[in-house]
Design a protein. Structure first.
Length: 185
């Protein structure tokens, strides 16, 4: 059993599959915190507000595909682990393309009965890399959430004149510079 708390964004449009995946995750992770989304918009919001440690996604979704979710996740954090759990990736070329696109791994839904056995090594690998960088990871997570809240606040401010717009642009640039330096560390 994985003892490290794990924040998981699960992108799945079929409710029963999401529930089964949550059940299997809870068999191998002692303290998972799981949020579920079924589209890109909700996934983007959860990436910014929830700051997951790993994304687990179906490949076929009603409004997009798993590669769209992967691209979104990698734009948010290039190093975020991403696992496909899908019934679609059954051809070798598509499987190779998902890995080449940045996925950490994939598991076929046809293995749902023993999904915990299939997910366990992938999640252990995620945790191994997390533990190495725990303190830094937590600081980055808190900073990302804070930065996203600041951006939202700044976007919500009614900017009345050009001087205010320029000040807001400078603040955003300074925040990006600070965030970039922290990510580089």
């Amino acid at each position: 059993m994985i003892k490290t708390a794990l924040r998981i964004l699960l992108v799945e449009d079929v409710r029963t599959d999401a529930e089964l995946l949550e059940h299997h995750i809870k068999k191998i992770v002692e303290k998972p915190e799981i949020r579920v989304a079924d589209n890109l918009e909700d996934s983007a919001a959860l990436l910014h507000s929830f700051a997951p440690d790993v994304v687990i996604s179906d490949y076929n979704l009603p409004t997009c595909n798993g590669l769209d979710v992967l691209k979104l996740a990698k734009e948010y954090d290039a190093a975020i682990p991403f696992i496909f759990v899908t019934g679609t990736i059954d051809d070798d070329e598509l499987a190779a393309n998902t890995i080449l696109s940045g996925a950490t791994g994939f598991v076929l839904k046809k293995h749902m009965k023993n999904m915990s056995e299939k997910l366990n090594p992938l999640l252990k690998k995620v945790v191994f890399h997390m533990v190495e960088k725990e303190e830094l990871r937590e600081k980055i997570r808190k900073n990302r959430i804070s930065i996203n809240q600041i951006y939202k606040y700044l976007d919500d401010i009614n900017i009345d004149n050009e001087e205010q717009r320029q000040n807001v642009a400078r603040i955003k640039q300074n925040i990006d510079n600070i965030s970039y330096r922290e990510d580089a560390d």
